[in-house]
Ligand binder design. Structure first.
Ligand code: 5GP
Length: 242
């Protein structure tokens, strides 16, 4: 039970448990509660582990970045932080697309194209993956997305425009904290007549490198067994002044 948005709000049944978060219904129309866990998975759930304190960091960081984005005109699902790990968010219908923006070659891009990690791309790129664990989130294009009915042409255009805007705002914001925004994944949802930014933005969903040394400060430390995973998440948290 919380006093949020000036009303007493009660957490009700769990709707969904994902790899890193749980989502609960509330007794308030249009409001869900997200609860961030310390669980970490990679490679479509094949690798599992715990990053101690990750839930607290991702909750705070995502909320902070969503507020930065709201100020710059990007609508998000954020309503109010309720506790260290819990946040009230607007109820959305998630569009089953992972929207990935890249500023540098890394990860699957580097592997697919045989381009070394760390090469700066001449323009930021955008790609879509169809969110389906059984299929391993296959990469699709805008035609596929429209053809299978996951989004309309107008929605794809709005999503793309918002994704590039998120990149411009966050690239600058992270750079001021000594961090290079290499790439990231975001998700969108339908809310009333609008497309809004949903899910989270955190070291789980971004590649974040020290701007000078290119030291990895994100989930790749877990994926690639690089050690000091908690230290990296804490370092980003500290540099953002959180
Ligand atoms: P890549 O395609 O190179 O593996 O990932 C590109 C970017 O999107 C990385 O910042 C990565 O963290 C993020 N990303 C892609 N797919 C997922 C996913 O299923 N879960 C999470 N948390 N991040 C993802």
């Amino acid at each position: 039970m919380w006093d949020a948005m000036g009303v007493i709000m009660k957490k009700l049944d769990m709707l969904y448990e994902g790899k890193a978060k749980k989502v609960f219904k509330t007794d308030v129309e249009d409001v869900y509660v997200v609860d961030y866990k310390d669980d970490a998975t990679a490679f479509n759930g094949l690798k599992k582990g715990t990053i101690v304190g990750k839930g607290v960091i991702n909750n705070r960081m995502s909320n902070h970045l969503f507020q930065v984005l709201e100020k710059e005109g990007v609508p998000t699902h954020f309503i109010e932080e309720l506790s260290e790990r819990e946040t009230a968010v607007k109820k959305v219908e998630i569009i089953p697309l992972e929207v990935i923006i890249r500023n540098f070659s890394a990860g699957s891009f580097a592997k697919k194209l045989g381009i070394e990690e760390g090469r700066k791309l001449l323009i930021p790129t955008l790609e879509f993956s169809y969110k389906d664990d059984d299929l391993g989130d296959p990469m699709i294009n805008d035609y596929y997305a429209i053809a299978i009915g996951v989004a309309t042409r107008e929605e794809i255009e709005r999503i793309s425009e918002m994704a590039f805007k998120v990149n411009e705002v966050l690239k600058k914001y992270f750079a001021e904290c000594g961090i290079e925004l290499v790439d990231f994944k975001i998700e969108f949802g339908r809310h009333k007549d609008e497309i809004i930014l949903a899910d989270e933005i955190s070291p789980d969903t971004c590649r974040l490198w020290d701007i000078n040394t290119h030291e990895k400060l994100d989930k790749d430390r877990f994926r690639r067994d690089l050690g000091n995973v908690e230290g990296a998440y804490n370092e980003v948290f500290k540099r953002l002044g959180l």
